[in-house]
Design a protein around this ligand. Sequence first.
Ligand code: SAH
Ligand code: SF4
Length: 398
Amino acid sequence: MTLLETTPASPVPAAAPTGRPNLAGMTRGEIAGALREFGLPEHEIRMRTNQLWHWIYFRGARDFTEMLNISKRLRATLADAFELRLPEIIEEQLSVDGTRKWLLRLAPVGPQDKGAEIECVYIPESDRGTLCVSSQVGCTLTCSFCHTGTQRLVRNLTTAEIVGQLLVARQRLGDFPGRERPVDGLVPDGEGLRAVSNIVFMGMGEPLYNLEHVAPAIETMADGDGLSLSKRRITVSTSGVAPQIERLGAETGAMLAISLHAVRDDIRNTLVPLNKKYPIRELLQACRDYPGASNARRITFEYVMLKGVNDSPAEARELVRLLKGVPAKINLIPFNPWPGAPYECSDWETIERFSDIVFNAGYASPVRTPRGRDILAACGQLKSETEKLRARARLASG
Ligand code: SAH
Ligand code: SF4
């Protein structure tokens, strides 16, 4: 596959940081709190919060001047006191299969900070559009097959930075009422389908190490008067932070995905070192106890196919045995290579043999088609392009 297009200039430029509170990405409670602090009379706060919520999240307003049911005077006052700032798209790559990867720069969080960068991927299919969002800059965990895990700089994203990824995507894809969709790419083609209908927390970072911000971000994304994503279409993937799994279910009602990748603790210890803390047994118990899991709301088990490491027929049979009694879907992920990775992807015949065993045990279409491979947008590859870009920029500047 070849790289179709790279756009260095930002199609959605961010407003320059002003130091004013940024309303874009705030929860309802935060907007109300900001208005209160600003000094708006108490009896107006609820109504103004609802108005701002509608404009920011339902209509996708980028400017206070668009908010026509608010008086001109108050619009000007709000514009002086607050801002509507989104993460900035500093590069967009469009794959031949329609997948888009955005390199986003976040607003600086302190005087020394130039603004951290994260990646976010959009995957269009005929009946849905999935946005893969990041929950952290980098990741503190060091899964041996994952490129994100080799990144040094790590911090938790704020709620606004997580919600901001969806806002940026909807802006760029014209996914708000009355906005034009881009002509150069694919979006779902059914009548009334939104460009972004699904969210997966499978970008950079471990979401259950940042539940404090992930949970309110999910609430904001799922709010029916705003971004309106169905919670059944929001999936949080974890490498296995067992003690946080119940909290995720109780606080968000999101769908759960587990990065299992091995059926024995000794192998999983090397692939997902967190397994030494929370071994397979404990992890699966947390899954059995996951609030709201049922045959209609299954837990997805992700299993990356690594040649000669975890891909034998015996392991496929053990996988099926382990998951007995758990309402589960199985997702086999062909390993996505990155420069210097210590693994190879299993051969196609091996994946097929493994998948047949899983299929015959009653799990439908278990192999995930890699998307956006030409732009290194697939699972576990988010990082490399950022570093390559920097290297390229260094070369270009002499
Ligand atoms: N930290 C969370 C979510 C982000 S990773 C987690 O680990 O679940 C999203 C998925 O991509 C996980 O299942 C992860 O194991 C998988 N992944 C990471 N690197 C990969 C690679 N190089 N090839 C295929 N899948 C990979
Ligand atoms: Fe972190 Fe997930 Fe990558 Fe592991 S697979 S290093 S938890 S992002």
